[in-house]
Ligand binder design. Sequence first.
Ligand code: ATP
Length: 490
Amino acid sequence: MSIQHNNKFQEIISHAKEYGFVFPSSEIYDGLSAVYDYGPYGAELKKNIRDYWWKSMTQFNDNIVGIDAAIFMHPTTWKASGHVDNFSDPMIDNKDSKKRYRVDHLIEAKAEELALEGKKEEEYELLKKMDEYLAADDFVALKNIIEEYKIKCSVSGTSNWTDIRQFNLMFKTEFGAVAADNAEDNIVYLRPETAQGIFVNFLNVQKTARMKIPFGIAQTGKAFRNEIVARQFIFRMREFEQMEMQFFVRPGTEDEWYKYWKNERLNWHLSLGLPKEKYRYHDHVKLAHYAKEACDIEYEFPIGFKEVEGIHSRSDFDLSQHQQFSKKKQQYFDNDINPETGKAFGNYIPYVIETSIGLDRMFLLVLSNAYEEETITKEDGSTDTRIVLHIPAKLAPVKLAVLPLLKKDGLPEIAQQLMADCKPYFKCFYEEKDAIGKRYRRQDAIGTPFCVTIDHQTKEDNTVTIRFRDSMKQERIAFNKVRELVMQNL
Ligand code: ATP
């Protein structure tokens, strides 16, 4: 990561804390590593992103319905899904600093260094080797790479490494109050993904909502992973939230649906006015054994291009596994006529296309894209700076700030009238303290797209000044047009 980028990332983290977006968890006890709390504006922004996703999935698509499954699931779920045996990452410890690293992250950081030095070919070779050895679970070869490239620990600065080992990322806890004879019987996991809650409810949902294939089930909710590398603010957390949708299709149609969702999901991001040039697809070369195709949507965060969302063509792996472990049929009867046979398609286990996005990562994306330290040239030619969050109006924590110019002469009363008029429709904020310029700056810093000032002229002609966050332009409009103007922009 370049120093410039690192600075920007640090500025965003400080800003998020100072303005009530994100706080370290239990900060008075010095925080808990990779766990964060959302403050007043953060909670609003997060909810707005979640609502926007939920609406695009379940309201704009007639064939997608939502569920809200529990975090705890029967432990066999995680045997069937493969998480007990396979949800692990190869890790390596530095013997001097005792710091643990994910092997792929350590090697990727080296590759990034090579790229910055202009050694593109060496970077490519290194990543190619890494992918090959990771796919083969060849830990000896991976360790050789770390030694060959003299990769050092960023804390101790040494290359004194342990052997590579696998660590499972699932959190375990105990269920029930009485200790069982066999403690293993009491173990449950905090779900590491929301998807399994969808798979185990496939038939419940299909039958009760009378869904016909192709159809989707969407869900948002918390997931937990005992991440080892957890120094990247809310990019990688131990407790986070996912927004996942599993789309069930007839076998043989999965390629076309995979393409469809790959395209559709990028368009969702762009529909928020986010810049296309900051996005790219990363098609996976190394596929999970059951996966047919998989790709990530990557965004250029201040820490480089990173995954924000995954789209996976998962075949019938998940439902077949649950059928096998639960001994309950997970089949769908398709009564559409197969043109090749002239008969109904009949019973089958559907194939699945998954779209999976991290809500917190999307939050970081919106914040990173919005944050700007802007230089403003004033009328007298002098310059000033302001910190502004250009958050898409639809997602902004507060849509409208209502600001009486003075705390007297009946101006607060008029302002309160406007509050009462707008409050039922969108989130408003009222403030009468401090000079108006200062109040505008505070709203810029939390990304409020519109500010309205009530002044003496309002009393004479029922007009107010509306100020636009991004252009800082001000206009006089009729008092009773404010609500409509804001709503048009949402
Ligand atoms: P990564 O390679 O970054 O660890 P992943 O490929 O394991 O991610 P998935 O299992 O596909 O991620 O999860 C889907 C999405 O959930 C990711 O695209 C990401 O947005 C989000 N996500 C995964 N792990 C975390 C985490 N520890 N903190 C925050 N978000 C996460």
